[in-house]
Design a binder for this molecule. Structure first.
Ligand code: 4NP
Length: 152
């Protein structure tokens, strides 16, 4: 079983989408996908209603997810930790205990060589079209990631 953790700030907008999208592209018996936030603002909450709506419009149900905060034992529980932006990266790396922890953490957009700006923009203060943009960005990236995970 390969385990992958998607991480953003609040775990209600971007990482729940990344979690649901990647899960939809991989066999459940071989891959375990989860998500978390570096902050504790929304612990226990469902994803933002706009992330739920955009996922649903694309045939993915993320409504049952519950936000949780990233914890140091996630470095033990997961093979790969994908973060949405540099700030998430810095916050996760602050908790790393050794180089093995650090080696697990990557900006998710590093997978796509055609993308220059490695930041998945935070749509929280934006509108529904920002959420669609984030969905499309993550969908393209997760296609590449799913292929990579199944060929390595
Ligand atoms: P996320 O977006 O990190 O993509 O889940 C945010 C959600 C909530 C907040 C910030 C970003 N907040 O400040 O509450």
């Amino acid at each position: 079983m390969t385990s992958i953790l998607m991480v953003c700030l609040g775990n209600i907008c971007r990482s729940p989408l990344a979690h649901g999208i990647l899960e939809s592209k991989l066999p459940k018996d071989l891959f375990y996908i989860d998500s978390a936030g570096t902050a504790n603002y929304h612990v226990g909450d469902a994803p933002d209603y706009r992330s739920i709506a955009v996922a649903k419009a694309n045939g993915i149900d993320i409504s049952k997810q519950q936000a949780r905060q990233f914890k140091v034992t996630d470095f033990d529980a997961f093979d790969h930790v994908y973060v949405m932006d540099q700030s998430n990266f810095d916050n996760v790396i602050k908790l790393a205990r050794h180089t093995n922890d650090i080696a697990k953490v990557k900006l998710i957009l590093e997978i796509d060589n055609s993308i220059k700006d490695k930041k998945v923009p935070d749509p929280y203060y934006g509108n529904i079209s920002d959420f669609h943009d984030v969905f499309n960005l993550l969908n393209t990236t997760c296609k590449l990631l799913a292929n990579q995970l199944q060929t390595n």
